[in-house]
Write a protein that binds this ligand. Structure first.
Ligand code: ACM
Length: 725
């Protein structure tokens, strides 16, 4: 058999096109002064660091206008808000904490004040809508104004993102003068976490809530009941959690893992007490997140039926909760006792969760038991419905009436459409988007959460290091490319699409950090689908904003996938060179060594001479090149007694962390760019700096050299890229 030989030229051409598309997105916006790395109080470096760039904001705002000038935020910048307004005070504290944790800057709470960051909670309740805000940066200060606390909160999140444009950089930071007028595209920007198949700690759920808030996601659908467990404390039915929250995991190993107290296989599980739930609901609300509880019915009910066998409809109730996955046949009964149970459970649930919506599941309720149950067949007859599917419709409508009577609204997976539902019910479309299309055409609201592209339990990359998950690959770009405006709907019908949601089922995600890995950064793409206007859709631009977003995850210790970095920076394209593809400026003890960070994980390797951190980029074609971007690490000088020590070359620095100088045709040639280096946080491996290059034509050797006042520590170049206009 003849094997297909990949067409390498075509692959390379496609790759170049991809890079070109990414770069093409960069200079779209305008004349901002990007001096992100300039510490407070310093002027921008005189030579050539003014660049045009789109700020790396995610989700990208509805309207952004870059203006002339900049504002420097430093240690001690005043933060002004109405102290009599508890919401403003809380938001100010949250923002100040984020800035401190990520940039090491202490903002000072101060009423009024010049050169301040001012939060204005507007008296006009309609000026910016429920979640919108205006953010104005001028050389004289920053003002965030919003009608509602949610908008004020989101304005501070955007400002924090403006302050964290450079991964790992600490200290004072200049942001461009600008005006942002922002509001979301959709009201429902959700994430569903399955805490049944595997259990996550309260602290972990809080970590997810904080991370969601930073992406302006506003709904956590919490999957609390299913076949494999019941995770919500219900006071009236204690066996739901005493019995229903515990199972023996599948497999021989678990069978042989004997609990010394019971002499039985150790049980896996857990549940959330009502006190914990109240705490989480309040924690979420302070971050503009509504937790929507999901109580599954009439299927996915095994755990409840094991706890209270009279709830079941089969001839024989299950006696133990299975550790297996998939769809089980156990459905609730449809008698009065079962409805009384469901209403009791919903009553306690509503007391815990103030959300308008209560999710009742409704998916994958195979009707085998209902078909063979004489009681159910009698019920079908007595209520006058056609069959078991219609009985599910009757069941769900009855529950809906109960919820409506308590001022709540029902939402369910798209199967709840099958038996017929009341107009007030909202559909969550998971089997593709057809459920949402049918629902919207029939006048129901719908949320789009289709498998596979918004199912975050699918793996996001190939490779042996990828954590477990469903096998198909759903990449960051796949998520971004999902179109939340179904073409089959008219503009009027589309108004029923109230939002988007991603779901993380956890059958194959045992370790909670891997839930974080599955969600981030794909949640960033979800956030952009849910928030940014359709007209702002720009995958290349989004990907170009990802490195800064990943830098924020690193700074805050959020578990996440870094696979996208490999996607963004695979084999070096024309224009990018690794230090190993540059020539050290002299031959004194050339080393190829790892940097000191990160403490955990892979460290970058730098080819260089510690005696003289200087490289020649040979034969660079500078025609059409407008910028240079360099990635560098900060290395300890630990060669005191070697030949290196006798050959140290220093070059005076002008800014606190030194500069990368770029010279034309040799190290004494004309300076064509100077890039001030940032202060680098201790466990951060690399800093990225970027600046404009005085225009040149033709092919030249470039000398890239770091200034430094002393040998220790010193910057070493990792990669350098020449960026075209
Ligand atoms: C689902 O994935 N069963 C909603």
């Amino acid at each position: 058999m003849v094997r297909d030989v990949p067409d390498r030229t075509a692959i390379f051409r496609r790759y170049l096109a991809k890079i070109a598309a990414t770069l093409a997105a960069l200079p779209l916006l305008l004349s901002c002064t990007n001096t992100d790395t300039v510490p407070a109080g310093l002027q921008a470096h005189p030579a050539g660091t003014q660049i045009a760039a789109i700020p790396a904001l995610i989700p990208f705002p509805a309207h952004l206008a870059i203006q002339t000038g900049r504002f420097v935020v430093g240690d001690g910048t005043p933060l002004s808000f109405d102290r009599m307004d508890a919401e403003s005070a809380r938001i100010a504290a949250y923002f100040a904490d984020l800035v401190y944790r990520t940039r090491g800057l202490r903002l000072v709470s101060q009423p009024g004040g010049r050169h301040a960051i001012v939060l204005r909670h507007l008296d006009d309740p309609n000026a910016t809508g429920k979640e919108g805000y205006r953010l104005e940066v001028t050389p004289a200060g920053v003002t965030i104004s919003a009608s509602k606390p949610a908008g004020l909160f989101y304005g501070t999140i955007t400002l924090w993102q403006l302050l964290t444009q450079t991964s790992g950089a600490l200290g004072g930071v200049a942001i461009p003068a600008l005006q942002i007028d922002d509001a979301p595209r959709f009201a429902w920007r959700g994430l569903m976490i399955d805490s049944v198949r595997h259990f996550q700690s309260v602290d972990f759920i809080k970590t997810m809530l904080d991370a969601m808030a930073r992406e302006k996601l506003n709904v956590l659908q919490w999957h609390l009941t299913d076949d494999q467990g019941w995770r919500l404390e219900i006071k009236k039915y204690p066996r739901l959690t005493e019995v229903g929250a515990w199972r023996v995991p599948a497999g021989e190993a678990a069978q042989h893992d004997i609990d010394p107290l019971t002499h039985q296989p150790r049980l896996y599980g857990g549940y959330y007490s009502q006190a914990e739930v109240r705490d989480l609901v309040a924690y979420a609300a302070m971050r503009n997140i509504t937790i929507v509880p999901e109580i599954e019915m009439p299927g996915h009910a095994m755990a409840a039926i094991v706890a209270y066998p009279w709830l079941g409809s089969g001839a024989q109730a299950p006696t133990a909760i299975s550790g297996d996955w998939g769809i089980f046949p156990y459905l609730y009964n449809a008698n009065e006792e079962t409805f009384a149970f469901i209403q009791d459970v919903l009553t306690e649930t509503m007391a815990l969760f103030p959300s308008t919506y209560i999710h009742v599941g409704g998916d994958e309720a195979v009707k085998d038991q209902w078909k063979t149950s004489p009681a159910i067949q009698a019920k079908i007859h007595s209520v006058g419905v056609a069959d078991e599917e219609a009985l599910q419709g009757w069941f769900i409508q009855r529950v809906e009436k109960f919820l409506n009577a308590h001022g709540r609204r029902l939402i369910g997976w798209d199967e709840v459409l099958q038996g017929g539902i009341a107009p007030d019910a909202t559909i969550m479309s998971w089997r593709g988007i057809d459920g949402a299309v049918t629902a919207a055409k029939a006048g129901h609201d719908a949320v789009l959460s289709p498998s596979p592209f918004l199912y975050f339990d699918f793996r996001q990359a190939e490779g042996r290091d990828e954590p477990s998950g469903r096998g198909q690959i759903v990449t960051l770009s796949n998520v971004y490319d999902f179109d939340p405006a179904p073409a089959k709907l008219t503009a009027d019908e589309r108004r029923h699409i109230i939002g988007v949601q991603a779901n993380v089922w956890t059958e194959h995600i045992r370790e909670q950090d891997n839930v974080g890995y599955a969600v981030f950064p794909r949640a960033a793409a979800l956030a952009e689908l849910g928030w940014s206007p359709a007209a702002a859709r720009d995958r290349a631009g989004f990907l170009a904003r990802m490195p800064a977003e990943l830098g924020r995850y690193v700074a805050l210790g959020l578990p996440h996938s870094t696979h996208i970095m490999a996607e963004l920076a695979p084999p070096l394209p024309a224009g990018i060179r690794d230090s190993h593809e540059l020539k050290p400026c002299n031959n004194v003890s050339i080393l190829s060594v790892e940097g000191p960070a990160p403490l955990q994980g892979k460290r970058p390797v730098f080819l260089h001479s510690p005696a003289n951190p200087c490289w020649i980029y040979e034969r660079a074609d500078l025609s059409g090149i407008s910028h240079i971007q360099a990635v560098a690490g900060l290395l300890p000088y630990n060669h005191p007694n070697s030949s290196i020590a006798q050959n140290i070359t220093l070059r005076p620095q002008a800014t606190p962390n030194g500069e990368l100088e770029v010279h034309l045709d040799g190290c004494e040639g004309m300076t064509i760019a100077v890039l001030p280096m940032p202060k680098l946080a201790p466990d951060i491996a690399l800093a990225t700096v970027r600046g404009s290059l005085a225009p040149q034509t033709g092919v030249h050797d470039l000398c890239l050299i770091f200034t430094r006042a002393s040998p220790d520590p010193y910057w070493a170049l990792h990669t350098v890229q020449l960026v075209p206009d």
